[in-house]
Design a binder for this molecule. Structure first.
Ligand SMILES: Cc1cc2nc3c(=O)[nH]c(=O)nc-3n(C[C@H](O)[C@H](O)[C@H](O)COP(=O)(O)OP(=O)(O)OC[C@H]3O[C@@H](n4cnc5c(N)ncnc54)[C@H](O)[C@@H]3O)c2cc1C
Length: 422
């Protein structure tokens, strides 16, 4: 039975996708009605607002959190049903292929508008809202303290830190996973190519397109209100002007004549070494980030929030000190496995023999063995990843192995391996 006795006062700092998901999850999962939930954010600091691809677990979770039928959720999200990712021009086989969710053509996720998802989650949240700048979150005896810019500090039993990307990476605190070769996105918004007609949600099967380009790759995400395009590249390898010019050429060839320039977003690729310490849980972009090739951010936030709440609500408070490092290692390991899966997509290059792709394949990806060395990261992600690759190379794959996972199911590795030719 869930027990909320050790969770009387909870804070969530941040109102982006991660913070909003955490607030709705606490509201839904806390077994009592007389606890306090403070949802804190600084309205002067905008949310990142992109994040439009997801994994199938979100479909179930949004239904549970909102208590709305699936069809209503999808329509509120201005969403479409994502059955997988359609890769164009990736790998050494010179053919396009799709990474489907399994079971293929049955399991789907959403393409969603991040703004509308946050709005939907806020409606399912009961919290006291505090618009203030947080200057520090620190573990203290029996809980955590939040320090504000212009308010007295407050003590909580549990704090979710969802403040987005860290300002800078430090090797003592962050595992640098720049074996992923991209670090910048240019976002454009174009007219919708999938539109709602009639009463119900769009039932058409849609896919995130991931199109290899000379300077990186472009995602195409169809929502019912607009289509989102993003060019993902490395600003140390390609100039923004060259990327914009190739983006124009791509849209032109795709028959898209108008677009709204949304943002240029630099991003880090990292995993925080301390995602959960028993009293402070980093979630979302504060916990880990990697480029959006496999849409791993929202699903990571779901896992971080779910895991921490599950442990805090179901285990006795006496085991908190023992549980925390185990949960932390599990989460770090999982984020790093996502990183290895995403980085591996670059290991066979693409149809372009450009500086970006040569560098990605020959120099950047091989660094994963050093970056994820178990002695450096204190977890076994690399071993798990190597096991998946070894399994792929076996002449016969036993049924008992079909359900193995390294962050994503073995079926995902198998489809990518076939498609990429590695
Ligand atoms: C190009 C790109 C594409 C992406 N595509 C996908 C995708 O397809 N699928 C996917 O799952 N994810 C994707 N993501 C990831 C996406 O960013 C995250 O899913 C999501 O936005 C999580 O953000 P967040 O809530 O952690 O942080 P943010 O959105 O950055 O929110 C931070 C919040 O913290 C508050 N805050 C910050 N500092 C303070 C402070 N000092 N005091 C008080 N409040 C503070 C802010 O006000 C804000 O509310 C993409 C990211 C990028 C860059």
């Amino acid at each position: 039975m869930p027990d909320g006795k050790s969770l009387r006062k909870i804070a969530i700092v941040g109102r982006g996708t991660a913070g909003s998901l955490a607030a709705a999850s606490v509201t839904s999962l806390h077994p009592d009605s007389d606890y306090e939930l403070h949802h804190i954010y600084d309205s002067r600091i905008p949310v990142i607002g992109v994040g439009e691809g997801s994994w199938p677990s979100l479909v179930q979770q949004l239904q549970q959190l909102t208590k709305l039928p699936h069809a209503a959720v999808q329509q509120r999200l201005k969403g479409t049903r994502k059955y997988g990712v359609a890769f164009e021009g990736w790998g050494r086989r010179n053919r396009d292929f799709t990474h489907y969710f399994t079971p293929q053509q049955v399991s789907y996720a959403y393409h969603l508008s991040a703004d509308f998802m946050a709005e939907l989650l806020h409606e399912s949240t009961r919290a006291h809202h505090i618009d203030a700048n947080v200057v520090n979150i620190a573990r203290v005896e029996g809980g955590a303290e939040v320090e504000f810019e212009e308010r007295a500090p407050e003590r909580y039993d549990l704090v979710f830190d969802a403040r987005g990307f860290p300002k800078e990476l430090h090797p003592d605190h962050h595992i640098d996973i720049s074996f992923i070769p991209t670090n910048t996105a240019v976002i454009r918004r174009c007219p919708a190519i999938v539109v709602e007609s009639g009463e119900g949600p769009v039932l058409q099967h849609t896919y995130t397109r991931a199109v290899a380009r000379p300077h990186g790759w472009i995602f195409v995400i169809p929502l019912t209100v607009h289509t989102s395009y993003g060019y993902i590249f490395n600003r140390e390898v390609s100039s923004l002007d060259d990327v914009e010019a190739d983006f124009d050429a791509f849209l032109n060839a795709d028959g898209v004549s108008e677009f709204e320039q949304r943002a240029v977003i630099p991003f880090p690729n990292f995993v925080h070494r301390q995602i959960y310490d028993g009293a402070v849980a980093r979630i979302g972009n504060a916990a880990a980030f990697m480029e959006p090739l496999e849409a791993t951010a929202i699903v990571s936030a779901q896992l971080q929030i779910g895991m921490v709440l599950h442990i805090r609500l179901n285990r006795p408070v006496e085991t908190l000190e023992r549980d925390a490092p185990v949960v932390n290692r599990f989460l770090v390991n999982n984020m790093l496995c996502y990183g290895l899966f995403v980085g591996w997509h670059y290991s066979c290059g693409s149809q372009y023999d450009s500086e970006f792709w040569r560098n990605a394949r020959d120099h950047v990806w091989p660094q994963h063995r050093v970056a994820a060395d178990p002695d450096v990261v204190d977890c076994t992600a690399l071993e798990k990843f190597d096991d998946m690759i070894e399994l792929l190379n076996r002449p016969v794959i036993e049924k008992a192995d079909w359900n193995r996972m390294c962050a994503v199911p073995f079926t995902s590795y198998a489809q990518m391996s076939q498609g990429l030719g590695c």
